[in-house]
Design a protein around this ligand. Structure first.
Ligand code: TYD
Ligand code: MG
Length: 454
């Protein structure tokens, strides 16, 4: 019997397996593997022919970098590394409903208003829906060329007809399909082949391509991870439901720094840029109650102050509860263990809750000190000194380790009216108006928090 040419592909990460299983070994997703006809190699609809030799060049050849295409939505431009690069492909991923279509339409409308040519192809919404959204966002006067299509061949034929546009956005990759494949729309093979064709169009025409991709949970359709390797930059749009803040984060960027974030606020008229996010994240802070500490953090190239809140409560029955929003659960367990064994705090047996205010996700180890201070404060019932910021990494030995870019953090704190900074012991940076309280280990931190007698 002829061997079947089918393969089993994880719709979440694209890993290919030889047999079906309930869980993908590569990404750990459950029920994400589906059977697909053996995928044709990328771009295989081009007939194989004998290759032609091409000239190799050196690294010094001076190509004039074409100017970037500035959309005018500053937060968006900044996250892209200073505007869109001609001929590049950008992927904007995020949960459904987070605001991807909104930000893309705003960026295109703003770009078109300044005289650029922008094309928006929606595969999800009918033209009337897109227009309705534009009316609500007061963008309908902007000369964006609008299309509603899902077939890649149709899209390419349309784009190739006239002069290449400055920016073209496809919303979303999951709706795309190509007649060259038998696989159902939305599968990894379809999404990859269709995206690859569009990326190739962008490279050859010089149009800046924006692909929108939904993060998928059920595994029935391919997620943005399936095309991350094809594009030059990947931005993720994050935001907690119930919070109006949205954070656009660069996770890969061939033309700019990664980890750069842009902060937006969802309003009735679309997304508004937030120029001074620290002020916003610290808004209506109640610093008189125990259990809150301000972390002087860095996101990408920008300092950002956020409030870390902790609650150490009497345990119920059974295992103590731990709940964390906006921070890493493993990191909390580590900080609690270090506070107990190096500082003699004894909070581990309690229920512990930790929250980063405003819906931000903090990944920096330098947030340890603020989290620890909030925990100590909640456990001791003593509110932390007013107008104090914290940063520093806590090691397993209980020592406080230095954090990168102290100057940027301290300047931001001084700018927002803070007067004291609790910092790792070797921090030398002087910033006027800000007194430094260096701490060597968690013992020092406990006494700074006024909980020495515990
Ligand atoms: P949308 O951009 O359609 O999300 P995505 O493309 O990522 O799926 O955003 C949808 C949400 O944004 C929806 O819940 C409504 C909200 N929204 C506003 O609050 N104000 C607005 O002006 C717009 C356009 C959307
Ligand atoms: Mg959408």
């Amino acid at each position: 019997m002829a061997k079947s040419s089918a393969s089993f592909v994880c719709q979440s990460c694209g890993a290919v397996h030889t047999k079906w299983s309930g869980r993908c070994d590569a990404c750990g997703g459950w029920n994400t593997i589906t059977e697909e006809a053996a995928p044709a190699p990328l771009g295989s609809n081009v007939r194989r022919q004998k290759g032609r030799a091409f000239a190799l060049e050196d690294l010094q050849t001076a190509d004039e970098a074409p100017p970037r295409r500035i959309t005018g939505i500053h937060e968006f431009d900044r996250v892209c590394g200073g505007g869109l690069v001609p001929g590049s492909a950008l992927l904007v991923g995020g949960d459904p409903g987070v605001g991807k279509s909104t930000i893309i339409l705003q960026a295109l409308a703003s770009y078109a208003r300044t005289g650029g040519s922008a094309v928006y192809i929606s595969g999800e919404e009918a033209m009337a829906q897109v227009r309705m959204r534009a009316v609500r966002m007061e963008l309908s006067d902007s000369p964006v060329a609008l299309g509603s299509a899902t077939c890649v061949e149709d899209i390419l034929a349309t784009l190739e007809k006239g002069k290449p546009p400055g920016v073209v956005a496809i919303d979303s990759i999951q709706t795309l399909w190509t007649g060259a494949l038998e696989a159902a729309p939305g599968t990894v093979a379809q999404v990859r082949t269709a995206s690859f064709d569009l990326v190739r169009y962008a490279k050859s025409s010089g149009a800046a391509l924006i692909l929108v991709g939904h993060v998928t949970k059920d595994g029935q359709i391919a997620g943005p991870k399936a095309v991350e390797h094809l594009v030059d930059a990947v931005l993720y749009f994050e935001g907690e439901r119930g919070h109006q803040f949205r954070i656009l984060r660069a996770v890969k960027n061939r033309f700019g720094p990664t980890d750069e974030i842009g902060v937006f606020e969802m309003t009735g008229k679309g997304l508004a840029e937030v120029a001074n996010p620290s002020a916003l994240f610290l808004d209506d802070r109640n610093s008189a109650s125990p259990g809150t500490a301000v972390f002087a953090g860095i996101e990408g190239t920008r300092p950002l102050l956020v409030e870390v809140q902790a609650l150490v409560a009497q345990p119920g029955y059974g295992t103590p509860r731990r709940a964390v929003v906006g921070w890493d659960t493993g990191r909390l367990a580590m900080i609690l263990a270090v506070l107990d064994s190096r500082g003699g705090v004894g909070a581990s047996a309690n229920d512990v809750y930790l929250n980063v205010a405003g819906g931000l996700k903090v990944g920096e180890p330098a947030a340890d000190l603020a989290a620890a201070a909030a925990l100590i404060s909640s456990f001791s019932g003593i509110a932390l000194p007013h107008n104090t910021v914290f940063f520093g990494e806590i090691s397993l030995t209980g020592d406080i380790r230095p954090a990168p870019q102290p100057e940027l953090r301290l300047k931001e704190a001084a700018k927002l009216g803070f007067t004291t900074a609790v910092v790792p012991k070797d921090t030398k940076t002087e910033v006027s108006g800000l007194a430094l309280r260096p701490v060597k280990d968690v013992g020092d931190l406990i006494s700074v928090c006024g909980a020495g007698e515990k």
